[in-house]
Write a protein that binds this ligand. Sequence first.
Ligand code: MCN
Length: 805
Amino acid sequence: MSSEGREPHLNAQAGRWVGASVPRKEDRRMLLGRGRFTGDLTRAGMLHAAFARSPFPAAEVTGIDTSQALALPGVAAAFTAADLGHPYLAAMLERDEFTPTRMPVLAGDQVRFAGEPVAMVLASDAYTAQDAAELVDADWRPLEPVPSIEAAQDSAARQVHDALTGNCLVDLTMFDDPALPGILAAAPVVIDAVFRSARVAALPLEGRACLAEWDDRDQQLVLHVSTQVPHQVRSGVAQALGIPEHGVRVIAPDVGGGFGLKCVVGREEIAVAGTARRLRRPVSWVEDRQENLTASFHGHEQRYRVRAGFDRDGRILGLAAEIDCDVGAYSAFPFTSAVEPLMACTELPGIYKVPAYRARGRAIATNKAPTAPYRGVSRPQIVLVMERLMEKAAAELGIGALDVRRRNMIGPGEFPYTGVNGISYDEGSYRESLDLAETQVRKTFLNGTPAAESGGLMTGVGYACFSERTAYGTPTMSQRRMAMTPGYDTALVRMDPSGEVIVTTGTCGHGQGHETTFAQIVADRLGVHPAQVRLRQGDTDLASYGWGTWGSRSIVIGGGAADRAAAVVARQLRQVAAHLLEASADDIELAAGSARVRGDDRAALPVGELARIVHFQTHRLPEEFRYGLEARASFDPPGTFSNACHAAMVTVDPGTGEIRLRRYLVVEDCGVVINPMIVDGQVSGGVAQGVGAALLERVRYSEDGQPGSTTLMDYLAPTAAELCPVRITHLETASQFSETGAKGMGEGGMIGAPAAVLNAINDALRPAGVSFDHVPVLPAEVCAALAGDAADVGRAGGDQDKRPV
Ligand code: MCN
């Protein structure tokens, strides 16, 4: 039985835990409200932090007075940037095209977005701290805000940072094929188009939170923080406060989602750590939703100006793209603001065989909250661009849009394929997933059709085919030239005297179900039950060094390291069993909790008994086996591509412009599936985020840089009412670059959904001769477009966003 009292089902066919829908170990404590999140932690004498934030998108700060705040009963301290010694975070890229800038922990003489912290107040309770923060008095000299890509690129624009030119934090030109202009000039069909996606919020259920305390015994700062990357937070704190890494211990307790928002280091976290160290008192900060929406990190605000040439059969001949990413006011640590343009430039061709290519990608600084690598990182956008291009070429040529895709996609027999972007694509099922999705659409979407149910509505079906590069190891990440280059990960597997197993990894799950899936992998190696395997992540003093959880890296890299370490422990167990059973280690198999001599059921010892002997009766073993049961391993793959085809069906009400999602299906291939139920959950959650990005979500700023999406009344996350069930089918093309054969997949749902939904909307609107090339598509825009007005009505903000009724 599992620790939760439910019997997980073994993958009976294979006799393995891998491949079984083992119920999530973490669910019981979560569902019973017994999870332990940072905000649940409390300490005697703890102070609560609140931040005084800028009301201006851009201003000089000519003076700050904290005296009124300090006078409020219950307030213990207040700090400005000067009081803290002007600490800052500096994310670095070792590229000439990158202009380094600093993100101050508290803004000093200039603020660069509305919501930027300028002072910090510590009080005996959170309410007093908040009241006191409002009493901080600052003198501001407002500056002309730079609220958009267009404003930032205006030749007369003010520079968000003095060091910038054209407000450009990074300006990359990649794969600049000299033949491309000629190819495009001669192409029989040329598509010129502009694609846009709105700024969105990652919206984890748990916002950011931290609690820092001073440990006198170890002379160490201990920071509990809701993060995806504990070791990188340690580096950020150490660098910003000027202390050695061993002076900081970072612990991530249960983390209520991150979606990329928490794989960067927040300035508030540094401020809390620094003041706890200074005062030698515990300090806690829990972000509220308004801060989360206005003062944390956003993502995905991008504009693509694209020119693509096709031949008369719909084959793409060349592709040129100018990609501008509105990354807000600062480069986030440690990934830098280059993460979106780099990803977009490198991976735009996707699954299509583009013979000639050029991309220019820029990170544009604006007076808005900074951005982080939000789920998908540019891939929802590049997939949208390529999938729209396929549709446009098909329409131009009068060929079926799925056929145009088939003619261009990397086909069976062409793997491994090295693209014009230098990327090597491992074996996938691009063609099969599209074929299967098309068959399923015919069978399920168009039967009992919602069009019939819905009289008067316009119905459309849209597809998106894509691959998701996952498990970016050092060979891939080093090409980005970050000063801190992520890649490998490590794991330690240790069996205790009762045969229970502890696994530590440098990955740091925050909702993905790692406690379950890592246990499945290790249980298979050691022949034990997954309930006997416990995963420990997220403590920099105890867990192995690693790069945390992002980029759908954990199961391939962390799981691969755990698999390798478990294989060593399995060998140790086999050697001990062989000695005790007087057999050869090669003849010992580990299964169902025992070590057995293969072919002889009577010659068996329980794994727990072996563990007891190894620890308590070492004298029964030869000296060379007296090493405990423990191993450490690392894994650093080049990366592997999972793939999927999404299909969506929508209806559009021409009277109100309302768009409803009616059907959704995914055919996905993430190699060997460790836990199908968890993968389904990941796909469904990602699809919900992608549908939100297509239909509802946008972080609005007014033309003068004021945030307009400050509560969940104005920022519309999708609810069950706007979604529909997602039908998921798995194909399994095992990866040769992965110890387990698994490929990552944690972002795929989000990557495919915006393009599939946008294509479905355009399919529905086709009879009216109307189409859109941006997300989200809002009802007012549909109405305006159907009435013949400019298609972009309502995009600049001003309108309050509303849910369909
Ligand atoms: N899995 C599997 N078989 C596979 C591939 C994956 O069973 N072949 C399982 C894994 O074991 C893991 C989960 O699926 O439990 C996701 O695995 P993986 O693709 O390795 O992705 P990561 O664990 O590295 O998670 C990161 C990814 C990213 S980048 C974002 S953003 C994201 C996401 O996961 N944020 C999430 N999923 C999230 N889910 C939740 N609940 N909350 C978030 O913040």
